[in-house]
Design a protein around this ligand. Structure first.
Ligand SMILES: Nc1ncnc2c1ncn2[C@@H]1O[C@H](COP(=O)(O)OP(=O)(O)O)[C@@H](O)[C@H]1O
Ligand SMILES: O=P(O)(O)OC[C@H](O)CO
Length: 497
């Protein structure tokens, strides 16, 4: 009977189960969306039990539809929306509050007070991150501060914290494993990425008891087996974990120092492999752990853009000027340029390299001649401009001039956007045959642990190009367009709501 690796990709808007063959090809995908809660402006929460339900549901659907028996699953890899924080009761297994999502700004006050105490450098030096509501640490503090009796229970060792990977593995293993991997731990603001341990000083500053934290392990090894009652009587090894962006870096086979990928999903996340040396950014990038593998930890530089594909969702659901995301491409191609219009989609502030959580979205350059086509084109272009901001920071920090950028995520099917990206960056933009690189990365990590695949070389050989976009636009014209964007962002940051 043919064997497969099952990857569980728990993203911000949906959960996917994907079965991969030994050739690294997709056998079957099953996907389920779940509820987004917005209890107050700027807050985003998920129901961790609903997420768990969605995991069980996509596993069952995927296996059934594919006609694959649980015994044919050689191993499970987990990849997940990062930073999102869950706190649950160790005895009952019930979350004590909803999962606070990475996008949520509800810990802004906590962050402001830490910044007022000039603690930015303390956190940065140890975690490679900066003080921002994006990361898990202040979210855990918020839950302990705001749920009745939570702090006492946590101190007594009766509560557990986890990012979504930890939560899913704890549930899948029937409570046997409370673990995470280096890549997820590196997004919590509590983990020292240089010493590779939970940091006592940071935990004290955040008032989070160490006893509630998971054990941090490499990204590829057998952590636990599925509890038989969740997996149709089978004990399957759970053998790979990586945060979704690091997992995509792995799935794109960016194993060499200087190789980078950019994922165009809800947000946009560019990661560059920097090898065993962590590079500390001077330009607003994050230093993060890529993965722990073969007894080593490798690092990456990351640029995080909060709004990318979600700007296209805004055209569809907010402004209602397109019916489907893919229509944006044809509208953009119907005009020769955006005619001087710039959309700055800073709906929840700006991430890399600006880190300004107070700025909001803006549109510049409107004339009486501005059409819907120009507006849509300008919105698509904003994804490429933000990516160029990040790439420039990355080149400045790493001293590496990128020859090619590997891309993936929902919006890369947009050929206009990919061509414009290449024009603007003056770099080849490579789209791989398998766009599900996030799931593929964690499948590879799990597969390596259970001997389904041998080594990284084998994975590198499986990476196949779908399409390569080369710069076509005149370099001076591209520079002029980008200069306009720089003015637009600057103007937007001056206008605070
Ligand atoms: N053809 C397209 N052009 C531009 N954006 C697109 C296109 N198709 C999908 N998108 C955008 O891509 C995003 C979905 O990508 P996906 O990788 O599934 O995101 P996530 O993993 O963050 O949920 C949506 O925000 C959608 O607006
Ligand atoms: O779920 P995604 O694909 O939007 O990714 C979210 C990131 O991990 C947030 O850091």
């Amino acid at each position: 009977m043919e064997k497969y690796i099952l990857s569980l990709d728990q993203g911000t808007t949906s959960t996917r189960a994907i079965l991969f063959t030994k050739e690294g090809k997709i056998k079957h995908i099953s996907q389920k969306e779940f509820t987004q809660f917005f209890p107050h402006p700027g807050w985003v929460e998920h129901d961790a039990n609903e997420i768990w339900g969605s995991v069980l549901s996509v596993i069952a659907t995927c296996l059934t539809e594919a006609g694959v028996k649980p015994s044919q699953v050689a191993g499970i890899g987990i990849t997940n929306q990062r930073e999102t924080a869950v706190v649950w009761d160790k005895e009952t297994g019930k979350p004590i509050y909803r999962a606070i999502v990475w996008q949520s700004r509800q810990t802004e006050k906590i962050c402001k007070s830490l910044k007022e105490r000039n603690l930015d450098e303390v956190f940065r030096k140890k975690t490679g991150l900066l003080i921002d509501p994006y990361f898990s640490g202040t979210k855990v503090k918020w839950i302990l501060d705001n749920v009745d009796g939570a702090r006492e229970k946590a101190n007594e060792g009766n509560l557990l914290f986890g990012t979504i990977d930890t939560w899913i593995i704890w549930k899948l293993s029937g409570g046997a494993a409370h673990v995470t991997d280096y890549s997820n731990a590196s997004r919590t603001l509590m983990y020292n990425i240089f010493d590779l341990k939970w940091d006592e000083e940071l935990l004290n500053l955040l008032d989070v008891p160490k006893i509630m934290l998971p054990e941090v392990r490499p990204s590829s090894e057998i952590y636990a087996h599925t509890a038989t009652y969740h997996f149709f009587g089978q004990k399957i090894p759970i053998a790979g974990i990586a945060g979704d962006q690091q997992s995509a870096l792995f799935g794109q086979a960016c194993f060499e120092k200087g190789m980078a990928k950019n994922t165009y999903g809800t947000g946009c996340f560019m990661l560059m492999n920097t090898g065993e040396e962590p590079v500390v950014s001077e330009n607003g990038l994050l230093t993060t752990i890529a993965w722990g593998l073969d007894g080593k930890v490798e690092y990456a530089l990351e640029g995080s853009i909060f709004v990318a594909g979600s700007a296209i969702q805004w055209l569809r659901d907010g402004l209602r000027i397109i019916r489907e995301a893919k229509e944006s491409e044809q509208y953009a191609l119907n005009v020769d340029s955006s005619d001087g219009v710039y959309v700055v989609p800073a709906f929840v502030g700006l991430g890399t390299p600006y880190w300004d959580s107070d700025v909001r979205g803006a549109v510049f350059g409107l004339t009486r001649g501005t059409s819907k086509e120009h507006f849509i084109r300008a919105t698509l272009e904003s994804l490429a401009y933000q990516t160029k901001d990040v790439l420039m920071a990355m080149e400045a920090d790493s001293g590496i001039s990128l020859k090619t950028l590997r891309v993936d995520g929902g919006a890369v099917s947009n050929n206009f956007l990919m061509q414009f990206q290449s024009d603007l960056l003056r770099t080849a933009v490579e789209r791989p045959e398998i766009n599900e690189t996030t799931a593929l990365g964690s499948a590879y990590l799990a597969g390596l642990a259970v001997g389904f695949w041998e080594n990284k070389e084998e994975i590198t050989e499986k990476w196949k190009l779908d399409q390569c976009f080369q710069p076509k636009m005149d370099a001076e014209a591209a520079a002029d367009l980008y200069a306009g964007w720089e003015i637009a962002v600057k103007a937007a940051t001056h206008f605070k709501r």
